[in-house]
Ligand binder design. Sequence first.
Ligand code: ZN
Length: 162
Amino acid sequence: MDQPELDKLTWVNSSKTQAKRIQLPDRDRVDWDSLDYWGWRDPKAPQRGYLIVPADDGWIGIALTTTSGGGKKPRAGMCSLCLTPHPMSSIGLFAAPRAGAAGRNGNTVGRYICADLQCSLYIRGILKPEGMSALKETLSPQEKAARLELNLHDFVHQVIDG
Ligand SMILES: [Zn+2]
């Protein structure tokens, strides 16, 4: 993806006040060529995460929250965006408030996503899922990136349009 230009970045499910408070990581240290979306967890509030996804005329930012720990969990699971298998400890159940009134009324879209929001690096083999034997997938990184892009698009669509 291209490095987001901040004046073309729209946070679709945050108020203006919330959006102003979002702290972007250092953009100079990001390898943009390896990313399909830019995702990070807030180091000061680890239950918060952010995704920036390229769109037709700029970039779309989505704020997420996650809870970790507790509850009955299966031993392993899969990211709903990049389909990388992980132990459950490395997958987060993220909730994105829906855009607009629906979100203000508490409606969210929930997805299991790589807990560190680094899907792009897993599908390219730059990061390896912890404790999982390598999956014999026949798709190339390009094909996985195309699949990730489709799933991202679907997710963004759900957040915006419900
Ligand atoms: Zn993922």
